[in-house]
Design a protein around this ligand. Sequence first.
Ligand code: DAH
Length: 354
Amino acid sequence: MSLSDDKHKITDQINQTNSLKELEELRLEYLGKKGFIPNEMKLLGSLSIEEKKSKGQELNQLKQLIEESIKEQKIYIENADLNQKIKNENIDITLPANLNSKGKIHPITQTTFDIIEIFGHLNYSVETGPDIETDFNNFSALNIPSHHPAREMQDTFYVEGKKNEENNVLRTHTSPVQVRTMLKTKPPIKIIVPGRTYRSDSDSTHTPMFHQVEGLVVNKNATMADLKSTLIVFLKEFFHVEDLKYRFRPSYFPFTEPSAEMDVAYTKKNNVIKIGEGDEWLEVLGCGMVNPKVLENCNIDPQIYQGFAFGMGIERLSMLKYGITDMRGLFDVNYKWLEHFGFNALDIKTRSEI
Ligand code: DAH
């Protein structure tokens, strides 16, 4: 059989294929490593120069023709497959709609919204900062000396710095944003800082990543009385309890002087916690007057300015407000859990509507 007979036979064969699989089999048969064309090419070696030239040319033309026919047939088969698929596809409009496919807002996000909203009404603005911080912003500027236990490896995740630079850290609290803000703006300052924080700690009540909200006020006349009244208003609003029972306890933070922690009273009945009354106390936040050394470290004159600051853990506030008893639920990525504890986006009311 001559090559021109082959030509017709082969293109017919290609045009009659109905599937990509069949087409691929033909491609291998003719163009594959051990296929017809490569075999014929090998045989050229035994021919005279003249014959080699003309047969070689013919073979190359045939190869090209096969390649083009396969390409065209491939497009034809793919189109036919698609048309068939479209024809077979129909929507069963009698099937019930999937009502549970709506997402929910995570309690951590909701609690952050709650906190921002209350402080928004008190004229605070929101600042944010990076998760990876310098040692200076996270520790030194905040008067946490190098021998302070918070600097030990077991508490802090260190991030290797560039050659000859000091190590960075995953911020262990949101307080470094105080430093960033004071370094870049002149007082008066009135900010809250929600964000992720990290500590090398993991047990039933600690997770390596958690969330905090920081607060900072710096002006010429901020007092401890302003700090106390601000936090009392905040917690009453946050827990929706008008006659909230609370107390301030003296405490210690290197970046505030004097420092305090704030507790709210609670009762526990049938494993349900009720916030605001009773004889048991729960710590909810840390606070104090900004240490003059911190103001100095941030180029603010402590003879002219003073301020107060506070910091709280969002997980804890969220659990207390929304009755979540197991902290791990907050991080489990369990849709059933989120269905129960999450919030519908459209149900969120602004405070003025409540
Ligand atoms: N940074 C503290 C912590 O992570 C929380 C805190 C306490 C922040 C008192 C403050 C403050 O601004 O005044 O435990």
